[in-house]
Write a protein that binds this ligand. Structure first.
Ligand code: TTP
Ligand code: MG
Length: 365
């Protein structure tokens, strides 16, 4: 059966930086980034002027200033971002209750049925963008399609202030020409892996068998196989299901001694337990994230048949995960722990794990 839903993805443009620029208009035209100062600071986001210099999210502030010495670095104001986030969500709810926020500045809407009874989803997307601009003074980009994958790709396609509609009849044509980097779930590493296989766009991705993709990429291969065919059955999930609960800490100093690592891990476990209790979260997968001194990241996960909620469950699992990590000659810069994988009945089994895996929670508080 063809997928006849009407899905919109809204994503604010250079969100934190846009809020700061709105409130400091004298900085317009200059390269601006929001991020942490100091030796171990990290860039949250940058405006387009700064991006031209290679400054982007997650880059170390030190490196950003090397690339762009005239960069204006601003501290984040999370209260402001949360307030804008509420404003835009309020606008979305005027059209449908099926709103699934992915982060402060991003959400999916299913407008197949919508409150004002508007026929074309593109008209809703346009109205939402106009209202966001009028009420917050900020621009958003919107993608409109029949599934989440294409709506999300669409919102990114004509940024900033973009509006991109991918009609079902043109989906395959669109996917054929889509660069592999633009696929949902393809980060730098996966892109390189794809390139090694000779895959640079959607058309080339579609030449690969399902088994081949699963062999190369693990279970995410199933998702790539479906995406290449314009298939993404994931529903817009409304009630605030948290996909993960986690915390991470950039250490004061890089560490490579086992005793120190265990102490840091123990502190994280205590913090994680607190957050799990606060969120009443019952995840079955524990994930350890390690960032090394050279900014290389790895994650290690373990899944249990029962929810992981208490420190007495978490600590032995966390120790087990860190045992598999070589850090003696590779000091650790950051440690993170999260739980995910809370069962959600309405998501088809094959998609369930993928769905959770793809949620990145940068607002873990
Ligand atoms: P994004 O929507 O990924 O980026 P953006 O809104 O800054 O830029 P774009 O125009 O490309 O959408 O993230 C939204 C906000 O989340 C971003 O403004 C800052 C924050 N953020 C981080 O703090 N760290 C990160 O690594 C990322 C990706 C985002
Ligand atoms: Mg954004």
């Amino acid at each position: 059966m063809p997928d006849e839903r009407k899905i919109i993805h809204i994503d604010m443009d250079m969100f934190f930086a846009a809020v700061e620029l709105r409130d400091n208009p004298q900085l317009q035209g200059q390269p601006v980034a929001v991020g942490g100062k100091g030796d171990r600071g990290v860039i949250s986001t940058a405006n387009y002027e700064a991006r031209r210099w290679g400054v982007h999210s997650a880059l170390s502030t030190r490196r950003a200033l090397e690339l762009c010495p005239q960069l204006v670095l601003l501290e984040p104001h999370f209260e402001k971002y949360k307030a804008v986030s509420q404003q835009i969500r309020h606008i979305m709810f005027q059209y449908t209750d099926l709103v699934e926020p992915l982060s402060l500045d991003e959400a999916f809407l299913d407008v197949t049925q919508n409150k004002p009874g508007i026929e074309l989803a593109v008209d809703i997307a346009r109205e939402i963008k106009q209202k966001i601009l009028a009420e917050t003074g900020l621009t958003a980009s919107a993608g409109v399609s029949y599934c989440k994958f294409l709506a999300k790709v669409g919102s990114d396609y004509r940024k900033p202030d973009g509006l991109c509609v991918i009609h079902p009849s043109r989906a395959l044509q669109f996917i054929d020409a889509l660069r592999i980097e633009q696929f949902w779930g393809v980060g730098q590493r996966t892109a390189q892996h794809m390139h090694r296989l000779g895959i640079f766009n959607g058309q080339q991705l579609r030449q690969f068998s399902r088994e081949g993709l699963v062999r190369e990429f693990g279970k995410i291969g199933y998702m790539f196989y479906d995406f290449a065919r314009g298939i993404d059955p994931r529903p817009v999930v409304t009630e605030h299901i948290r996909k993960s609960v986690g915390c991470e800490r950039t250490l004061e100093h890089d560490i490579d001694q086992q005793a120190n690592v265990i102490i840091e891990l123990y502190n994280l476990v205590l913090e994680l337990e607190k957050r799990i209790q606060k969120a009443q979260f019952r995840g079955q997968t524990l994930t350890l994230k390690v960032k090394f001194h050279d900014f290389r990241n790895i994650t290690r996960s373990i899944t249990r048949p029962n929810p992981i909620t208490e420190k007495d469950d978490i600590l032995p699992l966390a120790k087990q995960l860190i045992e598999g990590v070589e850090y003696e000659n590779d000091p650790i810069r950051l440690l993170g722990l999260s739980v995910s994988n809370e069962a959600a009945e309405e998501i088809p089994q094959r998609w369930r794990q993928l769905y959770f895996d793809f949620y990145t929670d940068y607002f873990s508080e």
